[in-house]
Design a protein around this ligand. Sequence first.
Ligand code: ADP
Ligand code: MG
Length: 502
Amino acid sequence: MSIKKEENGSMRLRWPIEDIVAFAKRYAITHGLLCLIPDNLDQATIVPFSLYPSPYSYSHFKFIWSIQTAYNRLYNRISLDDEILEKALSPVIPLDDFVERLWKLHRNCKRRQPIQLDIYRNDYMLDTKVDKMRQIEFNTISSAFAGLTGIVADLHKAILHYGIENCHVRELKLDEKYEKSSTIDLILPNEPLKKSAEAMIKAFELYNNENACILFVIVPNERNVCDQNALIDEIQKLKPNIHFHLKTFEQLTNELLYDEKTFNIYLKSSYDEIAIVYYRAGYIPDHYINEKCWLIREYIEQSRAIKCPTIRSQLAGCKIVQAYLTNENIIEKYINNENLSKNIRSTFASMFAFDNNQTREKYINLLRQNPNDYVLKPNREGGGNNKYDDEILKLIENKENHLNSYIAMEKILPPKCTTCLIKPNGKHLLHVECINEIGIYGTMVTNVDTNEEYINDVIGYLVRTKTTDTNEGGVATGYSVLDCLDVSQNNNELSKIFSQEL
Ligand code: ADP
Ligand code: MG
């Protein structure tokens, strides 16, 4: 961050840091950077956030931004190719009931809706070992925080204006040519919400029944309500007449009507026809508490409603598929531009599975000798599942046969920055060493029968920042905080200012 200095003045905080933290919390509360408290769903608290943006390389950011539409198309095509899905998933289907169940559902459900709507989030870290952006995972279901991440960019602008003398914050438009400036601050704008809403509206229009509604499938006791409602509000700003319903799978077991003649689905209470089913649940087995919940998923999948995502698209986001795509000449089949496939390939970290008897022993030895260089990941979403360091050794020693449910991924070593993490109940961590994970949101609306692409867009970003001693990610799980980027390439200038004693 570069701050315009007074000729004779030094850059400094205008107020004590406690004052700035108080300002930040008030801003967060006023602007809906909130989630509900786990044991009291009538009360909200702040979603953890950083006090100021993290320094980040603009060229690396720009790079992952520039390849997102190609990534969107790649995953869209993978999701439509049963052969590659089956090949990629086959090692885990016999081992993982959840993946097996999704796969069988996908195979048994007839497709009755050619329109596919996807809201993706492609997560990366910058790997200092090679100075390249490396993909952590590609999320195809329930890509959260598009409703909140824009608030953080605005919050940071407000904090800098409030807290630092002579601070002129400028937004850098992404299509602007970036020239290093020594006098102006640069923060990236971030508006994934508006474009997510536009994609949903486009899909809604293609469904072609303006009296139909949009259904959000949510988890019981959902806490991330501001994020979800922000999307509803944004859609209603543009299309005030669209109705919304938010239901859990269990509620739907009583309330969903599936018409076997027309393949339409309705909600019993209102008899609203459902145009779009948007899943903010359904990505882990616990979300299906009984067989009836699975039946609901089946009805929806074979209905005429547009699903975000379809089961095939959800399956394309499995980590075993991500690992499979790193094999030679796979992505090249789907991307006919050599440069683009090279760029996408450059984001792949080394990944391997343990299903091949010829390589299994070699890979186990590799892990034994270098457990700190790898992460073991099961095919699960939602955080808290990965194994690191000694846990990897323990798994090899005690439960070697469980290895088949995991894929190994080279550990990424992101650059460190110092920042202040603001958490609920005053549990702030001031001036701590952190790392960043960047997610790029993409939207697609396609007709999979005609290959028409109505929308293929890169729409915004998410920054999650966590202390260097935390392995897992996840804001909802309490590991990370929401953040935003300062691309002026004046490394850690802001952290120096925020750590100044007054
Ligand atoms: P999920 O979010 O589905 O649980 P992820 O693949 O995103 O699974 O892993 C969870 C977290 O673990 C990430 O947010 C990241 O912080 C960390 N992580 C995952 N893969 C790596 C890796 N290869 N190197 C370093 N950290 C990783
Ligand atoms: Mg993740």
